[in-house]
Design a protein around this ligand. Sequence first.
Ligand SMILES: Nc1ncnc2c1ncn2[C@@H]1O[C@H](COP(=O)(O)OP(=O)(O)OP(=O)(O)O)[C@@H](O)[C@H]1O
Length: 260
Amino acid sequence: MRLQIEDVCFSYGSHQVLDGVSADLADGGFVGLIGPNGCGKSTLLRLIARVLRPQGGRVLLDGRDLASFTGRERARAVALVEQQSATRLDLTARQVVELGRIPYRGRWPSRAGEGAEALAAAAAFANVEHLLHRAWHSLSGGERQRVQLARALAQEPEVLLLDEPTNHLDPGHQIDFLQRVSKLGITSVAALHDLELALGFCDKVIVLDGGRIAVRGAPSEVITASLMDNLYGVDADVIDHPRLPRRHLVWSGVSEGRQR
Ligand SMILES: Nc1ncnc2c1ncn2[C@@H]1O[C@H](COP(=O)(O)OP(=O)(O)OP(=O)(O)O)[C@@H](O)[C@H]1O
């Protein structure tokens, strides 16, 4: 599904976070949303998911304003995996994944097994089948993150939004997770701090800074030594990967004169 963000503005009280953000994201691509802490990545994802409402501008899915979707239509179209999920839920992991099927439930009790295929596929994709019997609160941070991905996929969304999806995952799960997401074939947008992962998996990156999109494009064109210096105050080299046909980021430290 084509996702268009048109001139979106958002403030928390008097603190303006987004000031006219526009992007046109083609069907099926994996987009990395990058930028320093507090630049508004989570806010933008929450606006696309309509957890928050834009105070200016709009978000369109296949040309239709998301504001005109019913809650159920929206939940079938867009799934969001947030950074932190509640820890106190008195549910099993299976019940958490089943929450993803709520937008498909009718008024009447569903037939036994309805949606079971979607649930099983989502659990297998996120590699959480062995966790489904566990109490949610007993799961580790990375296990919870994968169960939340399974919940989002059980929604069978057209657009998948991920807020720092790898922050609790070990390196193996990080790579495996993003590799899988990049092959999903649906429009996916992930807020990422690990730019090496963005270089490895994203089709496109968008850099948010100062409330606006500072730069966008192919990861290898956008993620450069000067971006690392200007955006994060990091002294880095972006070089050819020794074994793969892509660029590779190597940092040396905080840029001179930028020590915090
Ligand atoms: N509920 C809120 N009320 C007031 N200010 C908020 C609220 N949520 C976020 N902010 C502020 O809005 C700005 C953008 O926050 P946001 O979480 O979108 O940034 P981010 O780019 O996702 O950051 P990070 O990389 O640290 O996760 C920050 O300055 C933050 O402190």
